[in-house]
Design a protein. Structure first.
Lengths: 318, 310
């Protein structure tokens, strides 16, 4: 187990490094210059050629590519992601200020997904081809079909405008003041979770349907076990494993929804921070946020695999 | 989607086992209409999806004929008119006809949806068939690439690419298609690995077929079924991605009709006074994607029941 964890972490680290390198190259190789973006095109109006060059010099953009890359990498290894080109503040500091907002939404959205989607999927599988099953399936497919920003707009129109419902303005992370945080973030969290609920409910349903046809479920029935015990002790325990793996793989999509929902709800989180940084060509910010996102995706996937071993004693990592 | 629907004829089965079945050519050749009838009766929801897709495709292709007005014609005297006789779905704040913009918007959505999925899946497919068959370091390199791409949040990648390269139809398609490479590569690779061990491949090797012939005449056709399924289901996702980019202001620049941006424009300040501005594009996106998902689910059931857990 320990050797396995070590190997997984090493590969994970390499993957994150790959993402970081790809982002770095993408931003540097492709056209567009942050100095020009900040000062204006020297050819037309804006700053003079010298001013642009001076800014490039100051930001270190005129150094050879590999020098920029390794100095950035060396910084990142020590959690120094440089300064935002725009605000001149350390990226890490700004990121740390926005992370609790996004983290609160993520926690609420994950909780919503698990609480709603897993039971819905189970019920849908147990009552296969009944009206209830059809309702669950139609709604969960809608979860995959409605873009997150559209759900967000609908929520804003429906609740906030017509019912004059407004979330509290001052921010509280969920681990400090759960009630206020809940009031503030439940709607964005629902907008994010709507898509993931659809996915997870569908996954749970199909996994349960598959497991319910297994021999050990038939055996459990044959020996006269209560249907409830069969469902929870035999079927669900086996069905939940592939669902977890798939959830780990879908995190990337969840992050996409998160960004749009933050923009739609005007929430001051990491997603909006990233969008603003992309539009201003604020390289250090884009690099750091992408790196962090890749880290969370990889870390969650490793965590899922470790949990797997705990939930299923048959699995031994070597 | 359903597991206990009446059994439908399986057009996929012929492709999936073509090589092993070729020895027993007794299997009756059924016409296209035979399979189509089976699909309609066996998968009513999938048929509904297909009808929605065909309807949207019709709107996109025949937009100049179907649209009641010019989608870009500005009319300063008739701004923000409610849906009615003159403007079927209302007019926006520049007096443009919402109905016509929704109809023209189908072009952008479907174009991006189809082509980005086609390109992304084609690249992933070729990559998986070649490196999966060859194995060794090309396979490992591809695996690593797939891992990196999967750890790259899909939307962030697309946003960065479009923001850096600039918003053109081509760039948007490229940005979205990259997201489909790792998924296709991963699914197709697993099929390639099982196909590699089958007798018909050994037979091909024994009879002296070249590597390329084995890859593309023997292995690739057998990987098409799971690949087609990803393709159909993915188009909905690509349409959402395109709408999302437009919503974030990273889509095509203003005059072009796009559901995502029209929705965003309507949602910012006009949502109370003129809800039709955002509601109709929103319905168009949701309906189209719903159609692709319904159809994709039905296809998956027919072609490859093993993929149900994906």
């Amino acid at each position: 187990m320990r050797a396995y964890l070590f190997r997984r972490s090493l590969i994970g680290l390499l993957t994150v490094l790959g993402v970081a390198t790809a982002t770095f190259l993408l931003l540097r190789i492709m056209p567009g210059d942050p100095a020009v973006a900040a000062l204006g095109d020297p050819g037309k109006s804006g700053a003079s050629m010298e001013q642009v060059e001076a800014l490039r010099e100051q930001w270190g953009l005129n150094r050879p590519l590999h020098v920029q890359y390794f100095s950035w990498l060396w910084g990142a290894a020590r959690f120094d992601f440089g300064e935002s080109l725009r605000s001149r503040k350390p990226v890490l500091e700004e990121y740390a200020r926005k992370l609790p907002v996004t983290a609160s939404i993520v926690i609420l959205a994950t909780a919503l997904t698990l609480v709603v989607a897993v039971p819905a999927g189970i019920v849908s599988a147990l009552k296969q081809d009944t009206a209830l099953d059809y309702v669950v399936r139609v709604i969960s497919l809608a979860g995959l079909s409605l873009p997150s920003f559209w759900v967000a707009v609908l929520i804003i129109v429906g609740l906030v405008r017509y019912f004059q419902w407004l979330p509290p303005i001052d921010f509280a992370p969920i681990w400090e003041d759960p009630v206020r945080s809940f009031k503030q973030f439940i709607l964005p969290a629902f907008a994010v979770a709507f898509a993931t609920i659809g996915m997870v409910a569908r996954l749970t349903r199909s996994a349960m349907l598959e497991v319910m046809r297994e021999d050990y479920v038939r055996t459990a029935r044959a020996k006269g076990l209560q249907e409830r015990l069969i469902t929870y002790r035999h079927a669900l325990r086996n069905a939940i494993l592939p669902v977890m793996t798939a959830m780990g793989m879908y995190i990337g999509f969840g992050i996409g929804g998160l960004i749009v929902v933050e923009v739609a709800f005007n929430v001051n989180g990491v997603g909006r921070y990233l969008i603003a940084a992309v539009q201003r060509r604020d390289y250090p910010v884009v690099e750091a946020v992408t790196l962090a996102a890749a880290f969370f995706i990889v870390a969650t996937n490793i965590l899922v695999d470790v949990l797997y071993a705990f939930l299923d004693p048959r699995i031994r990592y070597t | 989607m359903t597991t206990s629907n009446p059994p439908t004829p399986q057009p996929g089965a012929a492709a999936a086992d073509g090589a092993t079945l070729s020895a027993f050519q007794e299997r009756p050749r059924r016409s296209f209409f035979y399979h189509a009838r089976g699909f309609i009766s066996g998968k009513p929801l999938g048929t509904v999806g297909l009808v929605i897709i065909l309807f949207m495709a019709f709107l996109a292709v025949a937009a100049p004929l179907v649209a009641p007005k010019d989608p870009n014609k500005i009319n300063a005297y008739e701004t923000l008119e409610a849906p009615g006789a003159n403007y079927v779905l209302g007019s926006d704040r520049r007096g443009r006809d919402v109905a016509s913009r929704v109809i023209y918007g189908a072009r952008m959505s479907l174009l991006v949806g189809f082509s980005s999925v086609a390109i992304g899946c084609a690249v992933g497919f070729l990559l998986a068939v070649t490196t999966g068959y060859v194995g060794r370091w090309p396979d490992m390199a591809t695996q690593f690439l797939v891992d990196v791409l999967l750890a790259f949040p899909f939307l962030i990648l697309a946003i960065v690419i479009v923001a850096v390269l600039g918003a053109s139809t081509f760039n948007i398609i490229m940005a979205i298609s990259i997201g489909y490479v790792p998924w296709t590569a991963r699914i197709v690779r697993s099929t390639v690995l099982t196909m590699k061990e089958r007798e018909f491949v050994t037979a091909a090797v024994a009879s002296g077929a070249s590597q390329w012939r084995i890859m593309f005449r023997h292995i690739a056709p057998n990987c098409v079924a799971p690949f087609l399924v990803v393709l159909t289901a993915g188009i909905g996702g690509a349409i959402i991605a395109e709408a999302t980019l437009s919503f974030l202001g990273l889509g095509l620049p203003p005059p072009t009709a796009s559901w995502g941006r029209d929705l965003q424009e309507g949602s910012s300040r006009l949502i109370e006074s003129a809800p039709w501005l955002s509601i109709f594009p929103g319905i168009a996106i949701s309906l189209t994607v719903y159609g692709f998902n319904l159809f994709g689910d039905a296809l998956r059931d027919v072609f490859d029941p093993r993929l149900r857990t994906l």
